[in-house]
Design a protein around this ligand. Sequence first.
Ligand SMILES: [Zn+2]
Length: 295
Amino acid sequence: MSSHTSQQIPGVYRRKIGDILVTSISDGYLDGTLDVMRNVDLERAGQILRDAFRPARRTSVNTFLIQSNGRMALVDTGSGNYMAPTAGFVQRNLAAGGIDPRAIDTVLLTHMHPDHSAGLTDMTNGELLFPNAELVMHENEPAHWFDDGALAKANEREAKLFFQAGREQVAPYRKRTRLFKQGEVFPGVTAIPSHGHTPGHTAYLVASGNEQLMIWGDTVHVPEVQTAFPEAGMAFDTDLAAAAASRKRMFDRVSVDRVLIAGMHLHFPAFARLARRGDAYALYPEAWVHTLEVN
Ligand SMILES: [Zn+2]
């Protein structure tokens, strides 16, 4: 009999989009309750999770490595040591995938929440975890999270976890930060502003040949509930109504276009498609393949 270990296989999954290689790198997951949801009946939301054989909210945290035109970008960086011991595994999983973080030339952020930007800097020694990367994000993100007026309106938890964490993680990259409004931000990658969850929240459309992938960021946090009730948002949406409008626009676009999607909080490895079902939507995870096709 072989011995076995409790350690699972690393959270690394590769998918080709035309000539571009996209690798889903897991940061782990965050467990919690549904109390953070807004604009939805929590009883019904709980029933949806139980019907999906998920007794509680388990939120995957994913990042995506994009290899395009000889260059390498990482979309988001995971949560570092800010959130929970079940997350913070981006560096470990990059290593497991044979990726040297020094080879990553660009970090694209969907937004500056700690489960996305807190893997940028090691705060125990101030070291940049992506020492050769340019940091790229929508101009509204630092404009908001570095705004002392906005900070003054935040509650204590938001001030610490969002404003302070965002600032201390992003500041060391100040001299190598590029801000955008929209457009192509990396070879084959177009920024799709999708504001509301945060003021500069952005999705990234990866396109090569006739293939596309929409990395939709935090369009959903609880996929089972928000595909059933697209109105449903989160307590930490900066603007609940704008976030819901962006979510509906994104749902409409990717379901009409039948485009492959990937999400920071879809269950790992997080490649899926969305289909309209009456007033709601259904999410279909893509079947995984054992061996990447080499073309
Ligand atoms: Zn998030």
